[in-house]
Design a protein around this ligand. Structure first.
Ligand SMILES: CC(C)(COP(=O)(O)OP(=O)(O)OC[C@H]1O[C@@H](n2cnc3c(N)ncnc32)[C@H](O)[C@@H]1OP(=O)(O)O)[C@@H](O)C(=O)NCCC(=O)NCCS
Length: 201
């Protein structure tokens, strides 16, 4: 059985992270949970090193709020068997007025060539464990109404529909879901806990 763990981005994964990013371009796919890495595609002066610096800065409340954002943590989801990045997750430590309506607490994605293997569900369970560590009781996650895969992922972990919101900037409609962190972890731990690598095997 494949096992997974979260890893904080570092210089060690530079080539691999860029390859992860480029795979989305190759497959013309949306990328989520990247914590700003995508900026490398549109801004040639934005380097992987700058992204790493920004990931450290953005964890600081004062800095994050000074740029109208909130502190957040970004993780690579690593598959233990081949040490490969299969997904990325970005967790916002709390919500501001914008995030309450759009984007919520958790953004995530699985690389195109590793989709439809159940990885997004495992990854979301892992994100809930991180949310629990941050002391979050409930988390909001949204998805574009047509994003069936994401909707099913959220529902598989116990997401309860909250409201529908229109995102004027991007011209799409989103469904917001809420997950009670402790309840969802308890309810689904028998299914997902077995997929987590905790460094003791
Ligand atoms: C959404 C995404 C994370 C799903 O990743 P994944 O690893 O393929 O998802 P899983 O294999 O864990 O499947 C989750 C559920 O969605 C279903 N699903 C996955 N891909 C699907 C598709 N293309 N069409 C319909 N259902 C799909 C699965 O069958 C599963 O449902 P089930 O529990 O009823 O069996 C991935 O497609 C992705 O990264 N998309 C681009 C970024 C994105 O949309 N992120 C979410 C933003 S809200």
């Amino acid at each position: 059985m494949e096992k997974f763990y979260f890893e904080k981005p570092s210089l060690t994964r530079k080539e691999e992270a860029i390859e992860y990013l480029n795979e989305h371009v190759k497959y013309n796919s949306e990328i989520n949970g990247h914590g700003g890495l995508k900026k490398m595609l549109s801004d040639s002066s934005y380097t992987y090193e700058k992204w790493l610096e920004n990931l450290v800065l953005i964890q600081d409340k004062e800095y994050a709020e000074s740029i109208n954002w909130v502190p957040s943590s970004t993780f690579f989801t690593i598959r233990k068997s081949d040490n490969k990045i299969v997904g990325m997750v970005n967790i916002r430590h709390y919500l501001n007025d914008h995030l309450k309506k759009i984007s919520g607490h958790i953004g995530y994605g699985i690389r195109p060539t590793e989709r439809r293997k159940g990885y997004a569900k495992i990854q979301l369970y892992m994100a809930l464990l991180e949310a629990q560590k941050l002391g979050l009781d409930k988390v909001m996650i949204d998805c574009i109404v047509s994003n069936v895969a994401s909707e099913k992922t959220i529902q598989a972990l116990g997401g309860v529909f909250g409201e529908q919101v229109y995102d004027e900037v991007n011209d799409y409609t989103l469904n917001n879901y809420w997950l009670n962190v402790d309840e969802c972890i308890n309810k689904y731990k028998d299914i997902y806990e077995q997929y987590i690598y905790r460094g003791d095997e």
